[in-house]
Design a protein around this ligand. Structure first.
Ligand SMILES: Nc1ncnc2c1ncn2[C@@H]1O[C@H](COP(=O)(O)OP(=O)(O)OP(=O)(O)O)[C@@H](O)[C@H]1O
Ligand SMILES: [Mg+2]
Length: 293
């Protein structure tokens, strides 16, 4: 190899390393509000396209397109008021219950747009279940909290079958061992962490395929939080889970993909570890490094 060739090849290596380093540090500009990263997946369970949400004149979600994959936990993060809960509620038409709220765009589940006029929201909300920030058990017994959904959806043909669904759901929610000797006691008498697992059992009992969770651990202590996080990781074997969280460590622990929202825009979606170590968008970096929000 001539001296010239050696020099060129060293220079090439140097240029490659330099380009790589620059691409790591160069971020998409703050003014760019196109979604960057990986909003779409090869094997989607739900597809959301150009979703907009308005509360009266307020444009709360702006042209958001994203897929929810099979057997994935997708975390949604972003500053308060950026639209995480609003977008989550679009996925099972919970926004229908909010006065003055209007949704446009398409959200497909099983090749149907869930916003089509002929969609019945009752089975939809069983298929796409929801767990709220504050555990909200019904003022009923532990047993009846879990049995209620299967009863109204006609999922059990006998009392034995219903009892089996209740037991199975409580087991999968990691609560059975703590409550099997007091199923007739009020659900509201459980601890906060137990109540949240009861609400998860209630959501699971109607055989959902997708579970939406809006800050499910924000009212829980660290031990109860760890139990619920473990549960979420186990549940993804069977379900797709979308979780809103303000806790970035939690997003990092439980999710495979993370979506960052900013003032109604979906700014970036990517593999969770990459979002937290090397985000592509300056706004994502500002948020995860604590400069915004
Ligand atoms: N029922 C409503 N009527 C009018 N505006 C609303 C309503 N609900 C939410 N908004 C507005 O829509 C925007 C998005 O709110 P949203 O609750 O979805 O934010 P968020 O990201 O979940 O915030 P947080 O992290 O505080 O829960 C906010 O500006 C909020 O004030
Ligand atoms: Mg919210």
């Amino acid at each position: 190899m001539s001296t010239l060739e050696t020099t060129v090849s060293i220079y090439d290596d140097f240029a490659a390393v330099k380009a790589k380093t620059e691409s790591r540090s160069r971020k998409v500009d703050r003014d760019n509000r196109e979604t960057v990263g990986m909003p779409f997946v090869a094997n989607p369970r739900m597809t959301c396209r150009q979703v907009n949400v308005f509360y009266g004149e307020k444009h709360a979600i702006k042209n958001v397109s994203i897929d929810i994959g099979k057997n994935e936990v997708l975390a949604m993060i972003g500053p308060s008021g950026c639209g995480k809960s609003t977008f989550l509620r679009c996925l099972n038409r919970m926004n229908d219950t909010v006065a003055g709220c209007r949704v446009t765009g398409e959200i497909h589940l099983d090749n149907r747009n869930i916003y089509d006029g002929n969609i019945d929201v009752v089975p939809l909300r069983a298929q796409v279940g929801m767990v709220f920030q504050k555990p909200n058990p019904f003022p009923k017994s532990i047993y009846d909290n879990v049995a209620y959904g299967p009863k109204i959806h006609g999922l059990a043909s006998s009392r034995t079958e219903l009892a089996d669904i209740v037991e199975d759901s409580l087991k999968r929610a990691g609560l059975w061992n703590e409550v099997n000797d007091r199923l007739d006691k009020p659900g509201t008498g459980l601890s906060g962490g137990q109540q949240q697992r009861l609400c998860i059992a209630r959501a699971i009992a109607v055989r959902p395929e997708i579970i939406l969770m809006d800050e499910p651990c924000s009212a829980l202590d660290p031990i109860a939080t760890a139990t619920v996080e473990e549960l979420i990781s186990g549940l993804k074997e069977q379900y797709s889970i979308v979780i809103v969280t303000h806790n970035m460590q939690q997003a990092a622990r439980v999710s495979q993909r993370t979506a960052y929202f900013h003032l109604g825009d979906l700014v970036e979606v990517g593999q969770t570890d990459r979002i937290f170590t090397n985000p592509s968008h300056q706004l994502t970096e500002d948020y995860i490094t604590g400069r915004f929000g």
